[in-house]
Design a protein around this ligand. Structure first.
Ligand SMILES: Cc1cc2nc3c(=O)[nH]c(=O)nc-3n(C[C@H](O)[C@H](O)[C@H](O)COP(=O)(O)O)c2cc1C
Length: 406
């Protein structure tokens, strides 16, 4: 809840400015007071009237307004907030923040603020990936500014890639975790999440791997951390950044992953999202296998340790709640129910990884559709972004753990 919390929302001149209206609505629903600064660019995309209507407050736009300065003043505007949020944060605003520019009301209030600042970037993928923007984001983070998103997916400009404003649900969850009351139900508890693929060496240059991107597991680790759990993420090789609120341990093979998981115990909840290779080559060659050394080599495979089963087995170290993932391409629910029984875990998230009607696969995608399977129930969750599924799952885990404790 955000009751009695005040947020100063700076709305920049990006195509996603209209989504700031939804953000205001959601923050108000949580009980927050929301005061807004609309940049000159922002006012090209949405009107001050809509912002005022939703926030129920006067909207500030002009640094040199005699009345605003007399009534409120840019210093008070920034000081009366518990948090300053810039959404959408344009490439331009972030560059000016890094440089300490204060040539309009938004940048002046940011410079005058003594409160935490959160930026939610949104822009075209090329703008986002430019070294200058990446340098600016790194500089803002080094200055202690919290950066949420952007998400990847299809962009307003018709291109694909990173640059979408983070999900409003996620922004609200991050704001609530930062300044909300009663928002950290997992505080004092420990969580372990495995994510990504494992790589099993064939020889020094080749390996067996799989298509797991790690995105769903990373989002779950971040969501558990946001709710206050001390979270360890044991990750196979991925291209992803370390999520917020999480300690990451990097591993390569299934056996490395098991060792890191055992090191992280005891924990209250374990969520096994990693796509652990079922098999590995029995004896990896010590030097590169040459193509011209005769017939193609036969790969003799042996079974890898079963990390989910190991965590689920009764022992003093067994987490209170063990959640597994089942990636299936057919008979999803039946296969997942069989996995729940055979592994001894408490819940299974069944994940349909067969290509959809458009031929797109779940691996690497930003959305997922899952079933939550427990000993006595099967729930079909509607398709949603992986961050939204992660947040919902983290709340379900918090409900289950606090119910057990209560
Ligand atoms: C149609 C249109 C869409 C734009 N969308 C974005 C955007 O999504 N993100 C961004 O960083 N800049 C975007 N820009 C550029 C900004 O509007 C421009 O840099 C402006 O100076 C930003 O002002 P501000 O940072 O003070 O809000 C867009 C410009 C136009 C004309």
């Amino acid at each position: 809840m955000l009751k009695d919390r005040n947020i100063l929302l700076i709305i920049g001149g990006g195509i996603a400015a209209f989504r700031a209206l939804e953000l205001i609505r959601r923050l108000k629903e949580q009980g927050a007071g929301v005061r807004c600064i609309l940049t000159e660019g922002g006012a090209e995309f949405i009107t001050a009237l809509s912002v005022a209507g939703l926030s129920g407050e006067k909207v500030f736009t002009d640094l040199f307004s005699l009345t605003d300065e007399a009534e409120m003043g840019h210093i008070r505007l920034s000081r009366e907030a518990d948090l300053v949020v810039v959404a959408p944060a344009t490439a331009n605003l972030m560059a000016r923040m890094v440089a300490g520019v204060a040539d309009d009301l938004a940048t002046t209030a940011l410079l005058a603020s003594d409160k935490p600042v959160m930026v939610c970037p949104s822009m075209n993928v090329e703008m986002w990936e430019k070294p200058s923007t990446q340098r600016n984001v790194a500089a803002l983070e080094a200055d202690g500014i919290i950066c949420i998103g952007p998400d990847s997916g299809s962009l307003a400009c018709g291109e694909e890639g990173a640059g979408r404003l983070a999900d409003i649900d996620l922004i609200v969850a991050e704001i609530t975790a930062l300044i909300g009351t009663g928002a950290r139900p997992l505080a004092g508890l420990k969580a372990l999440v495995t994510a990504g693929p494992t790589l099993e060496a064939i020889d020094p240059v080749r390996f067996i791997a799989n298509r797991s991107s790690g995105k769903q597991g990373y989002a779950i680790a971040e969501a558990l951390g946001r709710l206050g759990a001390a979270t360890t993420l044991v990750s196979g090789p991925t291209a992803l950044r370390v999520p917020r609120h999480v300690t990451r341990v990097d591993v390569t093979s299934a056996r490395d992953m098991l060792a890191a998981v055992e090191d992280a115990l005891p924990v209250d909840v374990a969520v096994c999202v990693a796509a652990v290779s079922d098999w590995r080559p029995e004896t990896p060659a010590g030097s590169k296998i040459k193509k011209n050394s005769g017939a193609p080599p036969a790969l003799k495979l042996v079974e890898n340790p079963d990390i989910l089963a190991a965590l689920s087995a009764p022992s003093n170290n067994r987490p209170q709640l063990v959640v597994g993932f089942a990636a299936e391409t057919e008979n999803l629910v039946e296969q997942a129910q069989a996995k729940l029984a055979s592994k001894g875990c408490d819940w299974i998230i069944a994940n349909d990884v067969s290509p959809d009607a458009r031929g797109e696969v779940v691996f690497g995608a930003d959305e997922n559709s899952i079933h939550l399977i427990t000993a006595d129930k099967v729930e079909a969750w509607e398709r949603a972004r992986k961050s939204v599924i992660a947040d919902r799952l983290a709340h379900r885990i918090a409900d289950a753990l606090t119910r057990k404790a209560g």
